[in-house]
Design a binder for this molecule. Structure first.
Ligand code: UDX
Ligand code: ADP
Length: 455
């Protein structure tokens, strides 16, 4: 029986391994993590992450051929294939701080694999890593003298949070990078077989290691670039009488452009986009490609501009002062259907509003716990409230920052009646029925559209 180990039980490792186990009942999959609380949660009825459909997949395979454990050493010893899916955050210190990837957790894994292994292994990079990281991993793994053979593959994950299970079930493609040597190709075939259990063969792309690593960074950079591009045009729409929804539809019907990822918003968030672009920037700079680096850096700058612009507009429209005003933030997660708040635009928006001395009430169906941690330093001026009606009570303004479906069907007349007048609504996701809100009496501001005011 093939035995698989995954190091790192995070948002990538957990769901991906659950799906592999579900689709390959004859393969034993173990997910390990150094964080005991996380593993306990994976073994309980309350999984550590909120992801639609995940519970069923885990329940089906857990205890059968899917196991969660903190015993990293035993896991390594027994495994034929080891996926490394540990965190690779942006460095906060030293050379490349704020840009390069922090590879300390990842390198520790490589050293631990080398130290403990007594049989040949395929080691698969699942975390997003800078290009040529596999070479460093190989150097570490091949520094041992025990005669154990390691073959390193790159197999980046393209799932998006909130739709992880659907993305894993029907991926656009699976990407596997390996060496062109016979051993490298044998390892690639093993991984192809694993995914072939449910993914059509023509959707499994094989490339060399470096193309695979670079493709992951490039895919995220292109996606983020689309959001920054449409957001840049949203600023122009607000200055003219153009409507960003109409512009997006008009350009999206061009089959060369396509309709997806053209939703103007308060900004993109998530653990990947900013980190991966900065990674790409650092990589380009390392190779002396300064113009290329600068080109991609602008995508991140445009995103920060969009977030600040949102707050600046709130301030301007609310008579240039929000000090002491109660403002309700509807949503804190970086997108709907996740409790994740990493790099959420809501963090910067909340901080800027606090700097203006506003009183914040934050509501979110899944992300309040994380929001509390994100704003721990300014917490005396922030209230966390699970009921959106309570959150909006006595508020001067509601700012919608996450496109949760339930925010569409709230009773906005009731919300309006409980607010301080004139009531303001800032829709950072163009998610609500603006004409209806305006008819109720709200002064409505959205992204890239003319404001609907009563004065
Ligand atoms: C992304 C990639 O999509 C995925 O392939 C990769 O594996 C990890 O990074 P994720 O960050 O989970 O996934 O979410 P995604 O759906 O890409 O959204 C990222 C951010 O962009 C969110 O804040 C979202 O609200 C925002 N966004 C997305 C927009 O503002 N407008 C859009 O049109 C699309
Ligand atoms: P991602 O979103 O990429 O999945 P996360 O930060 O959610 O990233 O998860 C990474 C996980 O990797 C964390 O739970 C962390 O505890 C775990 N981890 C870090 N180093 C190791 C290690 N050496 N062995 C096992 N797990 C590790």
């Amino acid at each position: 029986m093939t035995k698989i180990l995954c190091m790192g039980a995070g948002l990538v490792g957990g769901p991906t391994m659950a799906m592999i186990a579900r689709k390959n009942p004859a393969v034993q999959v173990t997910v390990v993590d150094i964080n005991r609380k996380r593993i306990d949660a994976w073994n309980s009825d309350h999984l550590p992450i909120y992801e639609p459909g995940l519970d069923e997949v885990v329940k089906e395979a857990r205890g059968r051929n899917l196991f969660f454990s903190t015993d990293v050493e035993q896991g390594i010893r027994e495994a034929d294939i080891i996926f490394v899916s540990v965190n690779t955050p942006t460095k906060t210190f030293g050379h490349g701080a704020g840009c390069a990837a922090d590879l300390q957790y990842w390198e520790k894994c490589a050293r631990q694999i080398l130290e403990i292994s007594t049989s040949d292994k395929i080691v698969v990079e699942k975390s997003t890593l800078p290009v040529r990281t596999a070479a460093a991993m190989e150097r570490i793994l091949h520094s041992g003298k025990k005669g154990v053979r390691f073959e390193v593959l790159s197999n980046p994950e393209f799932l998006a949070e909130g739709t992880a299970i659907a993305d894993l079930d029907k991926p656009d493609r699976i990407l596997i990078g390996g060496h062109p040597t016979p051993e490298g190709q044998r390892a690639v075939r093993k991984l192809v077989e694993l995914y072939g259990a449910w993914v059509p063969k023509e959707k499994i792309l094989t490339t060399n290691l470096w193309s695979s690593e670079l493709s992951k960074l490039t895919a995220n950079a292109f996606l983020a670039q689309r959001v920054s591009s449409i957001n840049s045009i949203s600023a122009l729409c607000e200055a003219t009488d153009a409507d960003i929804g109409e512009v997006a539809r008009a350009i999206g019907t061009d089959s060369r452009i396509g309709p997806k990822f053209l939703k103007a918003s308060v900004g993109f968030g998530g653990s990947c986009f900013k980190k991966d672009i900065l990674n790409l920037v650092y990589l380009c700079e390392g190779y002396g490609l300064h113009e290329v680096a600068e080109y991609w850096r602008q995508v991140v700058r445009m995103n920060e501009y969009q977030e600040r612009r949102f707050v600046a507009r709130m301030l301007k429209e609310m008579f240039n002062t929000i000090a002491g005003k109660r403002i309700a933030l509807f949503g804190f997660a970086f997108k709907a259907d996740t409790g994740d708040t990493r790099e959420s635009p809501a963090i910067l928006v909340a901080r800027e509003l606090l700097e203006e001395n506003a009183d914040l009430v934050i509501t979110d169906p899944q992300a309040l716990e994380h929001a509390r941690l994100d704003l721990a330093d300014g917490i005396d001026r922030v209230t966390f409230e699970s009921d959106p009606y309570q959150a909006a009570r006595g508020a001067h303004a509601v700012a919608l920052l996450t496109e949760w479906r339930e925010y569409r069907t709230l009773d906005y007349q009731r919300i309006f009646d409980g607010m301080v007048q004139p009531a303001f609504l800032f829709d950072g996701r163009n998610h609500l029925d603006h004409a209806k809100l305006h008819a109720i009496g709200f002064n409505v501001y959205s992204i890239g559209k003319a404001a609907l005011k009563h004065f």
